[in-house]
Design a protein around this ligand. Structure first.
Ligand SMILES: *[C@@H]1O[C@H](CO)[C@@H](O)[C@H](O)[C@H]1NC(C)=O
Ligand SMILES: *[C@@H]1O[C@H](CO)[C@@H](O)[C@H](O)[C@H]1NC(C)=O
Ligand SMILES: *[C@@H]1O[C@H](CO)[C@@H](O)[C@H](O)[C@H]1NC(C)=O
Ligand SMILES: *[C@@H]1O[C@H](CO)[C@@H](O)[C@H](O)[C@H]1NC(C)=O
Ligand SMILES: *[C@@H]1O[C@H](CO)[C@@H](O)[C@H](O)[C@H]1NC(C)=O
Ligand SMILES: *[C@@H]1O[C@H](CO)[C@@H](O)[C@H](O)[C@H]1NC(C)=O
Ligand SMILES: *[C@@H]1O[C@H](CO)[C@@H](O)[C@H](O)[C@H]1NC(C)=O
Ligand SMILES: *[C@@H]1O[C@H](CO)[C@@H](O)[C@H](O)[C@H]1NC(C)=O
Ligand SMILES: *[C@@H]1O[C@H](CO)[C@@H](O)[C@H](O)[C@H]1NC(C)=O
Ligand SMILES: *[C@@H]1O[C@H](CO)[C@@H](O)[C@H](O)[C@H]1NC(C)=O
Ligand SMILES: *[C@@H]1O[C@H](CO)[C@@H](O)[C@H](O)[C@H]1NC(C)=O
Ligand SMILES: *[C@@H]1O[C@H](CO)[C@@H](O)[C@H](O)[C@H]1NC(C)=O
Length: 833
């Protein structure tokens, strides 16, 4: 059980025993008038209660013991519990301040005001709280109290439960907390204002303490932490994430901590050998978390004796550890995460050592230089739900036994050396990432994986036709078959209605534009490039309004560009290059809203790949490599090059001021370059070469300050070449950019303007725009794609919300029970180039 769930359970347990006391014999009780008045004045301190938490609190509205959040003692009728926390209604907490009238509730034992904005105008904790001596349970978490932590709470000696997490206190943890000798639960974590402590000796006076969370409190001066903890034999849960604890290499002579179940020291940069840590002898530990501690060297043999261990997290420790311990006594192990921490390893060996762990649910060893083969005995791990061996050197075939693993849902094997044919998959499988291996042969004909949501097997050597049975995966969201040796037609998977990503590029697929995707209302990414698709582009393409990326380049499509393509208002990358497209560029280019700067802001963030959090890993990174290397927002483009497009370049194209790439080269475009081209402010690469463009080069070109590539060669341009600093630089880098335009003159060209026939303005300003239609293209990808999850910090909604925490992996089941993942922050990785 991990921290969150433990916390919840403990919390529920505490509440439960409380209820046993207060609800012994539930009887109609009458509320005391002075207590009712006290509650009503408390309500007066609330200035905004938009969800109406206190709406039942009204004089004459029943007995105050029946008001929401109030519990009275059945014996005496006194109010004993006031619970108006609003963590379930987080977006509209109560606002106001805590009224001193609460002091009249002399028998109040339980006070929970958490997640409300009750810090009042000056933000300090009301002093009267320190006099509420009957309190047993006090929860002030997520109330933005500020100032120094109040020693005044130290008078509340009956307290068993104190939660001050996610407040905004600052300064040192007051040693007076040590006076709360009945405390069982203490959470002073994640105060947002640099809370610290230089002496924790007071802690050992809390001799009943079971749960302590001090995460994000600076403890850099504390060198005797194990000794302090060891004086509290009752401790079960110790969470000290991100505390700047200098070291864990102390030794304990007599071990008192025999009940410790959970120890989380993640994000403390110890940097010493793993084996010298103090906790290896604590065999009661069920959950041990050491992410980002930079411990190194071999795991000690004591690990093999930690027979209670259920969860081991050891991620992001810098690839300097090794794991050769015999783990065959760890029969309760449920999850083991070792990502980016080992210098080497052998997966055959590791699985061998885990044989006793029949409850193993999650195994993750990303980027660990693992060798060896996946043993066929893997099928005996029937509980395994999640395997992640991304980016290792695992070789051999994918074992047939996978098919029998009835609980396997997530299988990440990308970037390894797997070879041979893909086996039948277990019916439970949801995610298969096996891209960048050496898989070959055909896909199994009976490709039955009804639950599959992601099938990413790009960059292998898989041959033959895609079996029609793949269409039975009706929940498919992400299908990536690119960079293989597939041929024939793609099966018509009409029922894959949730498809968001369809990537088939760089195979030998043939057939017409896939008609079966016609009414797919979630498709955001369609890449058919580098195949042998033919025929015309369907008129209904404009119905795929969620499309962001449309890459049809390097096929044999013909006909014109459907005018309705401009209905794709979310499109940010359009590539039709190297086909046989003819006709005009459609007008109404300005409908490509996502290619304009006014779209930035709202839509960039809406390209959050919510459910794809664990969907996109190296696979996406691979796509990024392919799609270019630009930063997050500016990969926006149009590429229509190498076609037979005629007419002019529509003036409207110049409204696409977020476009960073425009390539119209090798077409039959005529007319002039739009005068206003300088307003396409984001253009980095502009290629209009090999067309029949005439007239002058617009001087507004010099306004394109991001321009780093320009090619106007082989047109019929005339007049003086505009000059300006970056245009001159571009010319130095690419002196052929004006070639093949016999009418161009002036520096930096050799030809002198006065000496040729094409001096200035040629006069044929009309005529061309009329027949020009528009359309355009390019590429790019922006924003918001989720990347390899080991780099993603995400906001997790805990039993309390908005707890920002760092996670080793997303698919920890136990977390999923309580955690609601919200991706607030996603971005492309800045790889490549
Ligand atoms: C009360 O809070 C709600 C939600 O937080 C907010 O929409 C509303 O404007 C607030 N009302 C007042 C009077 O401040
Ligand atoms: C904050 O306000 C409370 C009353 O609401 C008062 O007792 C206290 O002195 C004030 N503190 C400061 C620092 O102004
Ligand atoms: C705390 O307790 C002491 C001694 O019992 C008392 O003198 C003091 O007034 C109390 N402080 C508060 C803030 O109630
Ligand atoms: C509270 O703790 C301090 C030392 O931390 C001590 O001096 C004081 O007497 C204690 N107060 C009570 C009421 O126990
Ligand atoms: C952790 O503490 C730092 C200051 O030490 C603060 O800036 C940050 O917001 C805190 N993090 C959380 C999640 O409270
Ligand atoms: C073990 O715990 C007891 C009770 O808290 C304490 O008196 C003793 O000093 C502890 N032993 C060590 C070695 O810390
Ligand atoms: C860790 O603490 C530092 C300050 O002590 C803070 O800046 C940082 O945001 C914290 N990191 C996490 C992941 O909470
Ligand atoms: C613990 O490590 C620190 C440096 O990280 C070192 O100075 C100290 O001597 C070590 N102590 C023990 C007991 O190994
Ligand atoms: C793959 O793993 C190696 C170490 O095994 C690491 O150096 C490399 O950065 C990883 N690659 C990616 C893309 O994470
Ligand atoms: C991995 O371990 C297995 C079992 O110990 C062994 O047979 C195999 O040779 C190892 N693989 C490599 C590549 O060393
Ligand atoms: C093209 O768009 C127009 C509306 O602008 C619509 O009436 C027409 O049905 C669309 N054509 C197709 C084939 O979707
Ligand atoms: C180039 O432009 C000149 C003047 O407008 C015209 O006479 C000539 O035919 C054009 N050449 C081509 C190849 O379009």
């Amino acid at each position: 059980m991990d921290g969150t769930s433990a916390k919840v359970v403990l919390f529920i347990g505490a509440s439960f025993s409380f209820f046993l006391i207060t609800h012994a014999q539930q009887q109609a009780t009458r509320c005391r008038p002075q207590e009712r008045d006290a509650l009503l004045s408390f309500k007066q301190g609330i200035t905004n209660d938009s969800v109406g938490l206190l709406s039942s609190w009204r004089r004459g509205h029943g007995d105050c013991c029946s008001w929401a959040g109030i519990t009275c003692s059945s014996k005496t009728g006194h109010v004993v519990k006031l619970d108006v926390n609003s963590f379930l209604t987080d977006d509209s907490p109560m606002v106001g301040q805590i009224s001193p009238s609460l002091l009249s509730l002399n028998y109040l034992q339980y006070l929970d005001l958490s997640s409300n904005l009750l810090a009042g105008p000056n933000g300090s904790v009301p002093e009267f709280l320190g006099s509420m001596n009957s309190l047993i349970h006090l929860d002030l978490s997520y109330i933005p109290f500020s100032g120094t932590l109040p020693p005044l709470l130290s008078n509340l000696t009956n307290l068993e439960y104190l939660d001050l997490s996610f407040t905004s206190f600052s300064g040192t943890l007051p040693p007076q907390l040590g006076n709360l000798s009945n405390l069982r639960y203490l959470d002073v974590s994640e105060m947002q204002n640099a809370v610290y402590s230089t002496d924790l000796s007071w802690l050992s006076r809390l001799h009943l303490l079971e749960y302590i969370d001090m995460s994000n409190t600076t403890l850099s001066k504390i060198t005797n932490l194990p000794a302090v903890l060891n004086k509290i034999p009752t401790l079960k849960h110790v969470l000290l994430l991100n505390c700047s604890i200098p070291s864990a290499n102390q030794s304990i002579t007599h071990l008192n901590l025999t009940q410790l179940e959970e120890l989380d020291l993640s994000l403390n940069y110890f940097g010493h050998p793993i084996s010298s840590c103090w906790f290896w002898k604590v065999t009661s530990i069920k959950s041990l978390r050491l992410d980002e501690t930079y411990l190194h060297g071999p795991f000690p043999d004591e690990l093999g004796e930690m027979v209670s261990l259920q969860h081991l997290d050891f991620c992001f420790n810098g690839n300097a550890a090794t794991m050769t311990v015999d783990l065959n006594n760890l029969c309760d192990l449920e999850s083991i995460y070792l990502d980016k921490s080992l210098s080497s390893g052998n997966i055959t060996d590791l699985m061998d050592k885990l044989q006793c762990s029949s409850k193993l649910y999650s195994l993750s060893s990303i980027s660990n230089n693992m060798i060896g083969m996946l043993p066929s005995s893997i099928e005996h791990f029937t509980s395994l739900n999640h395997i992640d061996l991304t980016n290792n050197s695992v070789s051999g075939v994918m074992p047939r036994g996978f098919q029998n693993m009835a609980n396997l849902e997530y299988l990440h094997l990308s970037s390894n050396r797997l070879s041979g044919q893909m086996p039948l998959l277990p019916t439970s499988l949801k995610i298969l990432h096996a891209q960048m291996n050496f898989l070959s042969g055909h896909l199994p004909l009976e490709f039955r994986a009804p639950n599959l949501e992601n099938l990413i097997i790009s960059s292998n050597y898989i041959t033959g036709q895609v079996p029609g049975s793949i269409c039975e995966s009706e929940n498919m969201k992400h299908l990536d078959l690119s960079n293989n040796l597939f041929e024939g037609e793609v099966p018509h998977c009409r029922r894959m209605r949730n498809l968001r990503f369809l990537l088939l590029s760089n195979n030998s697929f043939s057939g017409k534009f896939p008609q079966w995707i016609q009414s797919f209302s979630s498709l955001v990414f369609l890449d058919l490039s580098w195949n042998m698709f033919y025929g015309s582009l369907p008129r209904w393409i404009g119905d795929l309004v969620t499309l962001r990326i449309l890459h049809l380049g390097h096929n044999m499509f013909n006909g014109d560009i459907p005018v309705n393509i401009t209905h794709l208002t979310q499109l940010q990358y359009l590539n039709l290059a190297d086909n046989n497209i003819s006709g005009l560029i459609p007008l109404s280019l300005s409908h490509f809203n996502e290619m304009t700067l006014k779209a930035v802001g709202d839509s960039i963030s809406t390209l959050a790949f919510d459910e794809s959090f664990d969907t996109f890993s190296l696979g996406m990174k691979h796509q990024i490599l392919k799609y270019g290397s630009h930063g997050v927002v500016d990969m926006v483009g149009i590429d229509l090059s190498l076609n037979r497009i005629t007419g002019g370049i529509p003036e409207e194209i110049t409204s696409l001021d977020r476009l960073s790439n425009l390539n119209l080269s090798w077409n039959r475009l005529s007319g002039k370059i739009p005068e206003n081209i300088g307003s396409m402010k984001s253009i980095e690469s502009l290629d209009l070469s090999r067309n029949y463009l005439c007239g002058e080069v617009p001087s507004s070109l010099t306004d394109l300050t991001y321009l780093s590539y320009l090619d106007l060669s082989y047109n019929n341009l005339t007049g003086k070449v505009p000059s300006g600093r970056q245009l001159d630089t571009l010319y130095l880098e690419n002196p052929s950019m004006y070639n093949g335009n016999i009418g161009l003159c002036g520096p930096p060209l050799q030809r002198n303007c006065s000496s040729n026939g094409y001096a200035q303005g040629h006069g044929d300003h009309k005529g061309q725009e009329k027949d020009s239609n528009s359309m355009f293209f390019y590429y790019g990808l922006a924003s918001g794609f989720v990347v390899g999850y080991w780099v993603v910090f995400c906001a997790l909604l805990f039993y309390k919300s908005w707890r920002v925490t760092y996670f080793c992996l997303v698919d920890k089941v136990y977390d999923k029970l309580y955690v609601y993942v919200v991706i607030t922050w996603t971005r492309w990785m800045n790889t490549t180039n």
